[in-house]
Ligand binder design. Sequence first.
Ligand SMILES: Cc1cc2nc3c(=O)[nH]c(=O)nc-3n(C[C@H](O)[C@H](O)[C@H](O)COP(=O)(O)OP(=O)(O)OC[C@H]3O[C@@H](n4cnc5c(N)ncnc54)[C@H](O)[C@@H]3O)c2cc1C
Length: 465
Amino acid sequence: MAGRRIVVIGGGISGLSAALRVRARLPDADVTVLEGSAEIGGKLRLGTVAGFAVDVGAEAMLARRPEGLGLVRDVGLEADLIAPLATSAQVRAGGAAHPLPTRTMMGIPTDVDAARASGALSEQALDRIAAEPGADPLPPLEDDVAVGTLVRSRLGDEVADRLVEPLLGGVYAGRADDLSLRATMPALAARLGRDGGSLVGAAQAVTDTGAHNPAAGPVFASLAGGLGSLPAALVAAGGFAVRTSITVRSVRRTPSGFALDCGPVPEPELIEADAVIVATPAAKTALLLRDVAPAASAQLRAVDSASMAITTFAFRDVRLPEGSGLLVGATEGFGVKAVTLSSQKWPLVTDGLTLLRASVGRAGENHLLQRDDDDLIALVRHELQALIGVDAEPVDALVTRWGGGLPQYGLGHVERVARVRAAVAAVPGLAVCGAAYDGVGIPACIASAHMAADQVVASLQAGGQ
Ligand SMILES: Cc1cc2nc3c(=O)[nH]c(=O)nc-3n(C[C@H](O)[C@H](O)[C@H](O)COP(=O)(O)OP(=O)(O)OC[C@H]3O[C@@H](n4cnc5c(N)ncnc54)[C@H](O)[C@@H]3O)c2cc1C
């Protein structure tokens, strides 16, 4: 494979992981990552608050899947792995904060006693959970369904609004009534698709096994220097080239491979490649694939995204509620959808300061973000007072905006992704990966990157024979 050139478009965790994998499998190939912005890392990014480097994008990765921890080990950061100090979170439900019930699957209760102990639900809602396993069984689910539709029909609005919505809001910045069951809870969807029956029973069966089993160790992990330190470690370990501040505008097929039109229109640069991995968000990928895989492009254009902002604060001498943070459902009437009590959640060195972050903006709430940073900080501070009783003047505050930051997995997303992959697979040497496909979390992005890397390696090897 000497002299073969593989270009990865997008230097987020997906693109960097794909580059690392290709380089490991084809040590003689020339692998280059092209990143449009000035920094690599995408949604893994460090910011500075009161002199401390903090994550202003992703801050925790699922430790129950192997890909994230595996990557950390591969790039020599294992000694930096940290586990949360506090894992119990709260949820704002019905106007007050309650412990997030244990034994739920993305908020779907699997144990009525645990739901009762939290205090987040009314007696009527608890009765409904208790009765659901004995109610008319669901027929096996033949089609995809919105999570909210299913939960409302089996367990009522309260469970959907007070528990499921805040959890889905936390992960996808999405709305339960719009998000696909198959895409967001594949194991539950598979079980209900096969057997139907009870929602509570199926959620119970799924949480009792594998990745959801509480006996399997900490659910989340991070890095002592922040998850935002992972991208640089990948590049240092990688053996691949990275160019930043180079936006790819289009990808074309040539007789021998691909031609990428890069850079600003007045100063175009043509880069040729034998294989291309597109690791950009859905809307950007749709533009890039217009010529080379138009059917995939059309499918990706329909993937919506939610914008949000992360506000990070440093306080001195404040009293916080216990635990790792608070989730807030859309019906509670706040712009803030989640608060992470960072210096309680992680073993951070903060020189006596209290660090916390609050995220604002769910799908469809762009209006909340259309204010300048000072106004956004004022809004969040006002809400923090009501949500966690913090009204102190911060020592420092930082706003990080993530326009279109999280793809929305709407109804039929899994089938849409299959169509995208089929259209891309018809173009030898082309592959896609990233948050738009099989999960927005870091391990899922890495898994999609490995799949894309393996596809282009196989394609190059087949072409070379
Ligand atoms: C605020 C926030 C908090 C999150 N928190 C967590 C968390 O705690 N845990 C977790 O697991 N997940 C979290 N996520 C989700 C996760 O971080 C992302 O899904 C994941 O990092 C996406 O990685 P990616 O490489 O696929 O895409 P991105 O990180 O979006 O990277 C894509 C890159 O492509 C570049 N690019 C775009 N267009 C072009 C072009 N035309 N030419 C060249 N380059 C281009 C972009 O500049 C970007 O750097 C969070 C997401 C957000 C927004």
